[in-house]
Design a protein around this ligand. Structure first.
Ligand SMILES: N[C@@H](CCC[C@H](N)C(=O)O)C(=O)O
Length: 280
């Protein structure tokens, strides 16, 4: 089975072109391929598929085989893949995801997609729809006690997938791996959650580290960057356009006041092509 390894700000996935390849057990394949010693090594698996509702369809699987509704970094990579590999000649495409249809605009120079701007749609703030169990809705800087009696104030946002955002003094030495796992599996989040730890730099710049549901700490998360900017604005910390510094790169997020849509702009890159020879 032919595959392509791509990354967006270091958030790396294995992409399979399902116009040419047949994937029968994507959950199992995601686990096997993502493994960094016996497999290819990645944060998960992404399928590029035909769609009846949009130009293309994306399905994404975390490295534990669970399916995510949305993936911001993968959406940008699909923009680059479909244009540069000749699946489309359109600079603007629509993409069906389990988190709704997203609209992408590729910024192209001499046939190369340099960055992709994605209309990520409206953030979802109703607790039930995220979903998060809390007596108030929206959940803006509300205490959630995690396993070992540590209490964090979370702002909860769905960008098609669930996110819990906590503001911390600094991200560099913050124990993301310890707390991230505990929050991901906290019963307050019936579908588990992605967890973002955010340091405010100024009104137009934040730093963020992420613990992803199903994948652990990754170098970047596009939906997480959007959720973090929405959370920062809701708390009155930031203006409408914010640079997000992640471990693997930078994204620009704009939450448009007029139409309530969140726009994400950032890079996408090919790493290598390969052929998977194992049975799964
Ligand atoms: N890396 C992603 C998000 C991937 C899915 C997530 N782990 C989930 O289960 O919701 C991004 O760039 O948005």
């Amino acid at each position: 089975m032919r595959f392509t390894k791509m990354e967006g700000c270091g958030n790396d996935y294995i992409y399979i072109n399902c116009f040419e390849e047949v994937v029968e057990q994507p959950e199992k394949l995601a686990i096997a391929m993502s493994e960094r010693h016996f497999g290819i090594g990645a944060d998960g698996l992404v399928l590029i598929m035909p769609s009846e509702k949009a130009d293309f369809r994306m399905r994404m699987f975390n490295l534990d085989g669970s399916e995510g509704e949305m993936c911001g970094n993968a959406v940008r990579c699909i923009g680059k893949y479909t244009y540069e590999r000749g699946l489309t000649n359109k600079e603007e495409i629509s993409l069906e995801t389990a988190g709704g249809i997203k609209y992408l605009k590729c910024n192209i120079e001499k046939g190369i997609v340099k960055t992709v701007r994605v209309d990520m749609g409206e953030p979802i703030l109703e607790a039930e729809k995220i979903p998060v169990k809390h007596e108030t809705s929206p959940v803006i800087r509300k205490s959630i006690v995690i396993n070992n009696n540590n209490e964090f104030q979370f702002t909860c946002v769905s960008m098609g997938n669930p996110h819990g955002v906590a503001f911390v003094e600094e991200t560099e030495n913050f124990p993301v791996q310890e707390y991230g796992k505990q929050v991901e599996n906290n019963p307050a989040f019936p579908k588990k959650t992605n967890v973002e730890f955010v340091q405010l730099i100024n009104r137009n710049h934040i730093k963020m580290r992420v613990w992803e549901r199903g994948s652990g700490e990754t170098l970047a998360c596009g939906t997480g960057a959007c959720a973090s900017v929405v959370a920062s604005i809701l708390n009155g910390f930031c203006d409408r356009e914010v640079k997000v510094s992640l471990l693997g790169g930078e994204l620009t997020i704009h939450w448009n006041e007029e139409n309530n849509h969140v726009y994400m702009t950032g890079p996408a890159a090919f790493s290598f092509d390969g052929v998977w020879l194992k049975d799964v």
